[in-house]
Design a protein around this ligand. Structure first.
Ligand SMILES: Nc1ncnc2c1ncn2[C@@H]1O[C@H](COP(=O)(O)OP(=O)(O)OP(=O)(O)O)[C@@H](O)[C@H]1O
Ligand SMILES: [Mg+2]
Length: 253
């Protein structure tokens, strides 16, 4: 079954068509890659899917339900979330608090119930605490639970970012360049980490990445953008041998 369906997506900024007629059928449990030169529209596709931008045209369906134009919070609650190209963890908060913030999107109690500490709020709070601890344990981050997030090595900050996304209990996870800025060793760890969470959390993953090693290693299917247009789609081998892709990356010759 396709968990995420995108039809004829278009995004225009003034005279610039940043994304043109983008289509996607993301099958449940798969890892899809999105690549392309700088400024080719990759992050814009993510911004539209997650509700940060309203598309000029086109439709997005999550699990059969249209989500086009819904707010980011609403889309997260429906089971789709992301990590950002530029780290958005709260650097001054602990690892634990960063994860709790994601989890709280799902609590049912109102802010008033929180202030009054009603039984429902107390119960939800206790459950959220346990979920956060279990999540950090499962992801191998528990030893950092009380560390200030900004003091962690960058590789761990990126993992924390994924942890925070997972705390919203997504079905579909969008990763915008999770390995950019990481060392060779951290990159390999990130690859294993992503493959691990896909298994453990039954996720369907859509990933943007500049590291070809990452993309070719973990993606079952890859789409290539150039100036907002999809110039190729296929498995890693097909993409590596695609002339148009090679030209887009290396320049015409
Ligand atoms: N809010 C916006 N307003 C105007 N133009 C925008 C906006 N967001 C993106 N763009 C433009 O759309 C094009 C695509 O940008 P986008 O960030 O999607 O590229 P990208 O493929 O993610 O690039 P990179 O690899 O550098 O991250 C660029 O020309 C960019 O300047
Ligand atoms: Mg980008």
């Amino acid at each position: 079954m396709n968990l995420l369906n995108i039809k004829n997506l278009k995004m225009q900024f003034g005279g610039l068509v940043a994304v043109d007629d983008f289509n996607l059928e993301l099958e449940e449990g798969k890892i899809f890659g999105l690549i392309g030169p700088n400024g080719s529209g990759k992050t814009t596709v993510f911004n539209i899917i997650t509700g940060f931008y309203k598309p000029t045209d086109g439709h997005i369906f999550l699990n059969g339900k249209e989500i086009t134009g819904l707010t980011p919070d609403r889309i997260t609650v429906l089971g789709l979330t992301r990590i950002f190209q530029n780290s958005r963890i709260f650097r001054n908060l602990t690892v634990f608090d960063n994860v709790m913030i994601g989890d709280h999107l799902r609590l049912k109690s109102s802010p008033l119930e929180a202030v009054m500490r009603t039984p429902r709020y107390s119960r939800e709070e206790k459950e959220a605490y346990q979920r956060a601890m279990d999540l950090l344990e499962g992801l191998g981050l528990i030893e950092y639970v009380n560390e200030i997030s900004g003091s962690l090595p960058y590789g761990l900050q990126r993992k924390l970012e994924v942890a925070r996304a997972l705390s919203t209990q997504p079905k579909v996870l969008l990763l915008d360049e999770p390995a950019t800025g990481l060392s060779t060793e951290e990159t390999q760890e990130m690859i294993d980490f992503i493959l691990g969470v896909r298994e453990d959390f039954d996720l369907t993953i859509f990933i943007i990445e500049h590291h070809m090693a990452v993309i070719m290693d973990i993606c079952e299917h890859i789409l290539v953008l150039n100036y907002g247009k999809t110039i190729a789609a296929g498995n890693p081998k097909q993409i590596q041998n695609n002339k148009e892709v090679i030209v887009a990356y290396l320049g015409a010759s």
